[in-house]
Design a protein around this ligand. Structure first.
Ligand code: NAP
Length: 311
């Protein structure tokens, strides 16, 4: 059976995937974006984005994604609202399987992103973007002079707590054990910060509030005692899960993230590139993801040119 073979297939449709699509489309590569059933990535779960350059008054996350999507479509990007079920990168052209169809591609850009781990407690989902956040860099600014909770005991939790003290009047770190997982330098910095308090051996059992966060219920895991604190925001910083299960055994991963062995965006399989939060566990910003998407499209274009496979 003759398979549909494309120049470039982009898997994922957050800022990195869609920026790759804009660049690949403008390079006449007619990219196919397999955007997934839940298109748009993490920005679909945010409200106001104030740190994406070019939008002086800010822009809503879903609106920003819609603009990027239309921008790539204008230059010929094609979209499929389906999930990839498996890939075969063992030979070029690479194979990409969906539930009812398959494609082949001379180059692939993986932009499947990552998801912040959530606590799965009442109020968390309902108040996400209304006081519940997974990104202090993105949302800290909205919490001037308010009291906040950060959940977690790793480097991310302490980094977020320290950053939030620039805005908040007080930050309470709630950790499920009596000992932090974070590195010594971060622990020392957090302990020395007069605005940071710790609640040990405890977990947040519920976030409450009408329209926006008003407080949280805590549960002491050792004593079973419950308590409540009034806060304007709850930052969940218990780690991230990169979306890489599709690629296990096909390309190298490191701690779940896609490995990029060189200083470009090529994975351990030549012709397969990766960009955004599926690679980057450090910055995790829409603008850095978009920047990497641009890099991946340029790398893919140069790769195809060197292979003379550009249709
Ligand atoms: P992490 O190191 O895996 O820490 C996750 C924290 O969340 C742990 O303290 C864990 O508790 C807690 N946790 C996990 N699931 C939970 C749940 N369901 N309920 C309550 N608490 C829960 O993740 P991370 O802090 O995001 O860091 C990821 C990696 O990036 C690490 O290697 C870290 O060193 C690195 N990083 C470095 C920096 C820096 O150097 N500046 C900054 C950020 C991240 P337990 O401790 O009990 O398991």
């Amino acid at each position: 059976m003759e398979q549909d073979t494309r120049n470039v297939i982009i898997i994922g449709s957050g800022p990195s995937g869609l920026t790759a699509a804009v660049y690949a489309a403008r390079a006449n590569l007619a990219p196919l974006v397999i955007e997934g059933f839940e298109a748009g990535g993490q920005l679909m779960l945010t409200t106001e984005v104030e740190n994406y350059p070019g939008f002086v008054d800010g822009i809503m996350g879903p609106e920003l994604m819609e603009q990027m999507r239309k921008q790539a479509a204008r230059f010929g990007a094609e979209y499929l609202s389906e999930n990839v079920t498996s890939v075969d990168f063992s030979a070029s052209p690479f194979e990409i399987h969906l539930s009812g169809s398959s494609f082949r591609a001379h180059a692939v850009i993986i932009a499947t992103g990552a998801q912040a781990k959530m606590l799965g407690i009442p109020g968390e989902k309902e108040l996400l973007g209304r006081g519940v956040s997974t990104c202090a860099t993105c949302d800290g600014f909205f919490f001037r002079d308010q009291e906040l909770i950060v959940v977690g005991g790793g480097d991310s939790a302490l980094e977020e707590a320290i950053f939030l003290t620039k805005f908040a009047s007080k930050v309470t770190v709630v950790h499920r054990r009596g000992e932090l997982r974070a590195s010594k330098i971060m622990r020392d910095r957090a302990f020395a910060n007069p605005k940071i308090d710790f609640v040990w051996n405890s977990t947040v059992s519920e976030v409450y509030g009408d329209q926006k966060v008003a407080g949280a219920h805590l549960l002491n895991l050792e004593t079973g005692e419950t308590s409540s604190i009034e806060v304007g925001g709850v930052f969940v910083a218990i780690g991230h899960l990169p979306s890489t299960s599709l690629f296990e055994g096909q390309i190298d991963l490191a701690e779940g993230y896609i490995s990029i062995p060189s200083d470009d965006t090529q994975t351990t399989v030549p012709g397969v590139f990766a960009a955004g939060d599926v690679v980057d566990f450090r910055y995790r910003q829409a603008i850095t993801a978009a920047g990497m998407g641009c890099m991946a499209a340029i790398d893919a274009e140069r790769y195809l040119e060197a292979q003379h496979t550009h249709a």
